[in-house]
Design a protein around this ligand. Sequence first.
Ligand code: NI
Length: 166
Amino acid sequence: MSVKPVLKMGHPTLLSRSEEVSQFDTAELHALIQDMKDTMTHLNGAGIAAPQIGVLKRVVIFGFEANVRYPSESAVPFTILINPTIECLNETMEEGIEGCLSVPGLSGSVPRHTKIRYRGYDPLGDAIDRTVTDFHARVVQHECDHLDGVLYPARIKDFSTFGFIE
Ligand code: NI
C-alpha cells in the first residue's frame, strides 16, 4: 500500500458528506485503511479521515503514543472507527489547539465537548463503544467532522487564535 496525497482545504471533496461502509472485512476496506495508516504515519498525524485521501467513506483512524504535532497531549489508543456516531455527554466545551493535515502549516483554537460516547465498528464489523474525555474526545470529534464535510476552521469562534504555526 502507499502514502497518498492529502487533499487540502478548498478541495470540494473535503466539504462532502461521506457514505456509510456497507461491507466489512473486504480487500477494498483493508486497502483503504492501510493507505490511511501509511499516510498518517508519513505525516505524523494524530488522525486522518478517508475523505482526506479522496475516498468518501465513513472511515477514520486516530491514535498515537506520543505525537510531535501535539507534544503535550497524552496517548490515545490507535483506533480504526467505521460508521461512527457521537453522543455528547456533557454541555461543557473547552477550547484547544487543533491542526489538520488538510490545512497544513496552520493551527487554531476550537471548542469541543469534553466528554463523549462514540460508537462504530472495526474493520471486521465488530462493535466499538467507548466513553472518553479531553484530547481523545477532541480527536474523535475532529475526525468525525471530516465525514460530514466540516473542517476545523469552520468551528473556530475566536479567529485571533488562527494562524501559521511558524
Ligand atoms: Ni483533520
